[in-house]
Design a binder for this molecule. Structure first.
Ligand code: FMN
Length: 164
């Protein structure tokens, strides 16, 4: 059976929850491991076909541990690996703060940096990443975001398997 791993970082549990939902859906097609970034060991990446990486957006960026993990995975070392990213973030449309809107326009979200690193390391983005909204910094997740995560996981599966 193909192997997938969902690696996440999380301060308040929202990104962890998304990782769990995504992992639970991937089980249909993959042997799945869901791992907090602090517990990730290199051996997990061996023989892995799909790596899903999730980070909270903190200061327009992914967390440092997530960035470190992504920076250390080169396509030349993992020719059969596909990487897909997601983040959690605030909905700036709901906050509607002019200064924040300005910064987000230039700095973006964790997902932007994550996909940039992945591409830089030689991977092609087989499936566009996803941002999931939290209502407040600590959560809860926005309405409908859990369902969105399940649907997103199914789309990843369809595309990942086609590309193989
Ligand atoms: C210090 C700090 C910085 C943050 N910066 C951003 C940001 O730049 N953009 C954004 O959309 N959300 C930002 N947030 C909200 C986080 O994205 C939110 O706390 C996170 O998605 C929750 O996920 P977690 O429960 O997995 O930690 C920030 C929150 C904190 C506490």
């Amino acid at each position: 059976m193909m192997k997938a791993c969902v690696v996440y970082d999380s301060f308040f549990g929202n990104t962890a929850k998304m990782a769990e939902i995504i992992g639970a859906n991937l089980i249909e097609r993959y042997e799945v491991q869901i791992i907090s970034v602090n517990q990730l060991k290199p051996v997990v990446l061996k023989d892995l076909q799909l790596l899903v990486v999730g980070s909270p957006t903190r200061g327009f960026e992914p967390t440092k541990p997530i960035k470190n993990v992504l920076q250390n995975i080169q396509a030349v070392d993992f020719p059969h690996l596909q990487i897909v990213c997601f983040d959690t973030r605030m909905d700036i449309k709901k906050i509607n703060n002019k200064i924040l809107n300005f910064f987000v326009k230039f700095r973006g979200y964790a997902l932007d940096s994550m996909e940039k690193i992945v591409k830089h390391n030689g991977f092609s983005i087989i499936h566009p990443g996803m941002g999931f909204f939290v209502d407040e910094s600590e959560g809860p997740l926005g309405e409908g975001e859990e369902k969105k995560a399940g649907q997103w996981a199914h789309k990843i599966m369809r595309i990942a398997i086609k590309v193989k």
